[in-house]
Design a protein. Structure first.
Length: 222
């Protein structure tokens, strides 16, 4: 059976320079995360705040913890002290809560805005038009303890790679449009988080610089 280290080496060998690998360890035990850590991996992604907090407490301190799952406002408190990057900011009231909690501990927290590019209704994120409307209105300029570092999205769950590719291309085009917006004072566009086990190669071809890979490293989840 291929080890976690072998899986990591294989994936890292396929990532161009400048693309960060977030190893998605949700539902997996700390022993497996430790194994990946011992192989040199430092960025890990989780989707449940309490699970992430528990793992943070048990694992080495120099791990970068990424929150990638839908985040309820009342759960921000579990991760605010230590989270490295919140990928899944999909509404203004979540930003307000992050701001409030970060201000209390005098921390600046890095986040990405999640954009809805998939066909599935149930996926979260700002719609493109909504986002492009909020920026010039200055809606993102009020957060002193939040750094908005880029965008995140998930493609439609489908075998149709042309569909997936066109959705990733759409995210890159939104990213580029924001870069060109003259009245954007706040969004510090650096990170495009897109690509998972089944589609990260396509995501990289379309401009991703952060991939979130779980099952190809740790095996299938139950
Ligand atoms: C679970 C998850 C991943 C990783 O998915 P795999 O197919 O296991 O690589 C990536 N991004 C998000 C938002 C996830 O919830």
């Amino acid at each position: 059976m291929p080890s976690i280290k072998k899986n990591l080496d294989r994936i890292l060998g396929n990532l161009p320079e400048g693309v960060t690998l977030v190893a998605v360890s949700k539902t997996k035990p700390v022993e497996m995360i430790q194994e990946a850590y011992d192989a040199g991996q430092r960025h890990f992604g989780e989707n449940r705040p309490q699970e992430m907090k528990q793992k943070y407490a048990e694992l080495p301190e120099d791990i970068y913890w990424h929150m990638i799952g839908h985040l309820q406002t009342n759960k921000v408190k579990y991760i605010i002290d230590f989270v490295y990057l919140i990928h899944s900011v999909d509404r203004l009231d979540l930003l307000e809560e992050i701001e409030k909690r970060a201000a209390r501990i005098d921390r600046k927290v890095d986040v990405l805005l999640q954009v809805h590019i998939a066909q599935e209704e149930q996926k979260f994120g700002f719609e493109k038009e909504q986002l492009m409307g909020l920026i010039p209105k200055g809606e993102f300029d009020q957060f002193e303890h939040v750094n908005i570092k880029g965008l995140m999205a998930m493609a439609t769950f489908t075998e149709d790679m042309d569909q997936v590719r066109s959705e990733f291309r759409e995210l890159k085009s939104i990213f580029d449009s924001i870069l060109e917006l003259k009245d954007n004072k706040t969004l510090d566009m650096r990170i495009i988080s897109m690509g998972m086990s089944g589609d990260f190669q396509v995501a990289i071809e379309e401009g991703s610089n952060m991939v979130r890979i779980g099952s190809s490293i740790f095996g299938a989840r139950k």
